[in-house]
Design a protein around this ligand. Sequence first.
Ligand code: GAR
Length: 224
Amino acid sequence: MSLPIAVLISGSGSNLQSIIEKMEDNILDVDIKVVLSNKADAYGLKRAEAYGIPTAVLSHKDFGPREEFDAEMVRILKEAGVEAVVMAGFMRIITPVFLNAFPGKIVNIHPAILPSFPGVDGQGDAAKYGVQLAGCTAHFVDEKMDHGAVIIQAAVPAYPGEDEDELRERILKQEHRILPQAVQWLAKDRLSVEGRFVKLAEADVDLAETDGLSLINPPLEVGF
Ligand code: GAR
């Protein structure tokens, strides 16, 4: 059985696309019940529509307190039969109203090796800092921004003075691998959380070959 999920977006939706493609390849056991955006012009909505996936737009500007916005999101997602949530470039902080509706079932992708460079521009902040390694993190969501227990991280090189967009692209490529992998582990119920530690249950699955350009842990499995 596929895990019924929602994907929350605010923009381009390239991470959403990576999930859809792994579903199409039959290596990701999820069913996207709805793609919800807080921005009506998010390109990711078009990506979803192209695959016949239901979409919803809910502007945070139409709500007062964050809790009211979150309660409406919960209503829409529950009505759609959603059991787990993937935040894929969703640029909103969520409250306990949302968290408590999907306990232990909300995953976020962040374009930095947390806890370094949380916030809205992880890649830009890392580039400006002059790091030699940058990367991305898929993690469970808790009440603090970019903070919950880490599921998987990828590191890529950063080069002094390079164009920030090149670093962004290098990181994004790895986001598109680790996010679907994290979602698959969630779908297969292979993740258990003890405090800050996420343990991955072993399975009879072969590991993917490394691309030689990134360091990813835990290692990706075949197909990701
Ligand atoms: C991604 O780089 C994602 O990691 C980032 O927004 C981008 C969305 O791209 N998220 C955050 O910065 C969250 N703090 P996409 O819409 O093409 O998937």
